[in-house]
Design a protein. Sequence first.
Length: 353
Amino acid sequence: MVFEDFYKGKTVLVTGHTGFKGSWLCKMLVMMSAKVVGYSLEPPTEPNLYELSGIDNEITSYIADIRNADKLKAVFEKHQPQIVFHLAAQPLVRDSYEMPVYTYDTNVMGTVNVCECVRLFPCVKSFLNVTTDKVYENEDLSVSFTEDMKLDGFDPYSNSKSCSELVTHSYKKSFFDNMDVAVSTARAGNVIGGGDFAKDRLVPDCVRAVLSGQEIIIRNPASIRPFQHVLEPLYVYLLIAKKQFEDKRFQGYYNVGPDEADCISAGELADIFCRLWGGANVVNKPEINAVHEASYLKLDTNKLKNTFGWSPVWNIETALQKVVEWVKVYEQGGSIPSVMEKQITDFTENINV
């Protein structure tokens, strides 16, 4: 496994470990022989990847709220993590319109609690806050966002993640710069992959439709998004955490997304999925009076490429092939841990760094 020599034996705390991305990240860390500690609410969906992956039997798991500062401090005190990945969040734009207070409380104060623990526990040498590509002020001007552009997400989810960035920046300048800890944020584009059962996400909606024999309904077919397989940003998170652990000069704020050619519309993504699946009907059905969501979102990833010599591993076609492969195993009652391990191995064997 890539990075196994570095992560082997290290204590790594992952907040949000029961979520889609968190489950994949924990599986990668377990394969690297890290000592993984997870802190999260119960899995957010039923079914869910966390239970299907069998990760619970391979890590130390705490089911708790990121807003509970005392409980979080107790976990830091007990396990003394060396590396922290902060993924815990209310992650959905549409839910944030229905639950704005909860979204801000979780995404902002949750980040404050994690930063405070990093401040209080000098065991932490590398901390990565995972935010989103939606942190930028987006006026739908068909530009690719760079890391120095203004942060000001429109909806409560996006804005709360902008605030999470600012909290991290403040703690860094006020405290972390004078400590032996390296701190970064990662702004990742839309992730796809096997095991995502969330509502109101394009690929999970496609999967639910084909498994139930229904039409795939696309509400924003022309919306452009930086779609990427979930293993792409997770590898980058592991890379950043490792590099800044070894050399604090690598800390910073990084966009994580696909190449320009793989930033495609929701309609194009659905069409590719249907072709790879082997037949399904796509219906474009724009919502009436829908909540605001940006129609154009692309990331400039030159900073990441220039700093680490990184480049994406799987294009959008391959990424969707991997989704279909995973879903076929799930549909047939096969081994989810095995297909995850196989895909992680396939991915890491093709890394270009």
